[in-house]
Design a protein around this ligand. Structure first.
Ligand code: ADP
Ligand code: F6P
Length: 318
């Protein structure tokens, strides 16, 4: 193998740049030419890629976002889009590709593998929604961002004796809300994996007031109920004054934590190592070890929600 490429695809996540840096520098150290593809699968279709050097990944380990840019590219899902991408890869004699992205991006890589391109994927998403790995790249940074935001909200919530609802991202996975909620001492954590009722929440909030806790923090994972509607229902049901905040894309940016930088670095180097051994698959981190499994294995399972931590958070919040 002489030529490989790297791309970032789907929603960006902090640590992607550390991973790109590792892919490029590890690849060059092994005698490979490494191309950087722009805007995910769009760059493959449009032949928008350039040869990277050790210098083109200098001074990025500490930065959020992705220097390669990212995209959601519907054309790649079509036969025509796939053919264009394959033609461009073949013309440049690129045999291996590192794909940094979420489960959708892994599905894209599967199509390339079926057509003879070796792919090694890296789980890059703040959602932590992949079952085969304990951590995805960016989840730790996003958790810390949410915790810092909650710290600020907590101050004003306390001053005004209010209920504050903070909505996090998560795309159907409650890990971000749970992890940040536990670290913030939230009174209520609402996640897609567990049913909730406004009556039960109000009971809890009133009980807290009866124990001289004058303000409350609710962490709400996205796509369950509108934060504004939850605030309205709580006030209607028990009369408490509520404010709500949708954190949004602030969670996707920012300088990656040391944990995410090191995760991205190890993921990137491992992905190149596996390509050199002609192994297709996805890197992950499970039970304290870096692992490499097939895409099929990575996608055929449902992430187990950490019910113990959820119950612990509930027990400690009164
Ligand atoms: P993520 O990778 O973060 O889950 P998406 O689900 O948006 O994000 O997927 C990223 C990109 O991966 C899509 O825009 C598309 O280019 C590609 N992709 C997703 N699913 C498929 C599929 N079934 N076949 C081919 N490409 C896909
Ligand atoms: O998958 C990452 C994610 O940030 C989700 O948490 C969120 O639902 C979605 O992407 C937001 O996507 P967009 O960047 O298109 O607004």
């Amino acid at each position: 193998m002489k030529n490989i490429a790297v791309l970032t695809s789907g929603g960006d996540s902090p640590g992607m740049n550390a991973c790109i840096r590792a892919v490029v520098r590890y690849g060059i150290s092994q005698g490979l030419n490494v191309y950087g593809v722009k805007r995910g699968y769009s760059g493959l279709i449009e032949n928008d890629m350039e040869l990277m050097t050790t210098r083109s990944v200098g001074n990025i380990i500490q930065t959020g976002g992705t220097i390669l840019k990212t995209a959601r590219c519907n054309e790649f899902k079509t036969e025509e889009g796939l053919s264009k991408a394959l033609k461009n890869l073949r013309e440049r004699e690129i045999e291996g590709l590192v794909v940094i992205g979420g489960d959708g991006s892994f599905r894209g890589a599967e199509k390339l593998i079926q057509n003879g391109i070796l792919c090694a994927c890296v789980p890059g998403t703040i959602d932590n929604n992949l079952f085969y790995t304990d951590y995805t790249l960016g989840f730790d940074t996003a958790t810390n961002t949410v915790v810092n935001m909650i710290n600020n909200v907590r101050d004003t919530s306390m001053s005004h004796d209010r209920v504050s609802i903070i909505e996090t991202m998560g795309a159907g996975c409650g890990d971000l809300a749970l992890n940040a909620g536990l670290a913030s001492g939230a009174d209520v954590i609402i996640v897609p994996e567990v049913n909730f009722s406004v009556e039960e929440i109000c009971k809890k909030l009133i009980n807290a007031r009866n124990h001289h806790k004058e303000f409350s923090i609710i962490v709400l994972s996205e796509h369950i109920i509108e934060a504004s509607e939850l605030a309205r229902q709580i006030t209607e049901h028990c009369g408490l004054e509520c404010r709500w905040l949708i954190l949004g894309h602030v969670q996707r940016g920012g300088s990656p934590t040391a944990f995410d930088r090191n995760l991205g670095t190890n993921f990137g180097a491992r992905a190149v190592e596996e390509l050199l051994k002609n192994n297709c698959g996805v890197v992950g981190y499970r039970d304290g070890k870096y692992i490499y499994v097939t895409i099929e294995e990575a996608l055929n399972g449902t992430r187990k929600f950490n019910e113990d931590e959820y119950r612990l958070a509930q027990k400690l919040s009164f």
